[in-house]
Write a protein that binds this ligand. Sequence first.
Ligand SMILES: C[S@@+](CC[C@H](N)C(=O)[O-])C[C@H]1O[C@@H](n2cnc3c(N)ncnc32)[C@H](O)[C@@H]1O
Length: 219
Amino acid sequence: MPMAAARRPKIKHPFFARLYPRINAFAEAHGGLDHRRELLADTEGCVVEVGAGTGANFAHYPAKVEKVIAVEPEPRLRKLATGAAAESSAPVDVREGRAEELPVPDGSVDGVVASLVLCSIADVPAALAEAARVLRPGGRLYFYEHIRSADPRFARKQRRINLVWPLLAGGCNLDQDPERAIEEAGFTIEHARHFDFLVNGRTTPSSPCVIGVARKPES
Ligand SMILES: C[S@@+](CC[C@H](N)C(=O)[O-])C[C@H]1O[C@@H](n2cnc3c(N)ncnc32)[C@H](O)[C@@H]1O
């Protein structure tokens, strides 16, 4: 095991892991299901999904996806993901692991999927470097994330709420700029759709969102 891996603490969020299936069901009933379908529509070949949670994406991979390696560090969520994999039409292999040290060889996959997960990863640059490592040249990173608002007033509100939010939401950080991090990791963003994920017409602290695709350079 590399030194960095040995130093990273185990990820266990029993409270959040109990709550998340309900939070996700609520979000999916208010538009989240369509977001998952949009995120995954163009995935193909062999895909790594980082931080797969309960496996809520598995049912939405298109037929052109030959294999999904789903990495999830949290034990309770991983168990739920294993159950979801058994019911999925796409072949899904659920593995213990974390985004910063993916249990996958270099250049071996066509796509990496990150959905609502960069917000929860302790070392985002390390996770994106790992995504680049496992992708083949020209491979794609598919991302769906809530983001820091472009509206300074709303962003200030997110920063204030963020003082307690991570404690309740399994380490989730509201004050994030995933597109910037993705570009800093050497990817080229091919497209990104920004939108407010409203619940019954209302904003929530995690309403500002992006769904996009970024490409690893060919060489
Ligand atoms: C909000 S949930 C999203 C789950 C799932 N991706 C989805 O779309 O529903 C955040 C997930 O990130 C996972 N996570 C937290 N830290 C992680 C890390 N360092 N590497 C990989 N996954 C991580 C959590 O265990 C949890 O499953």
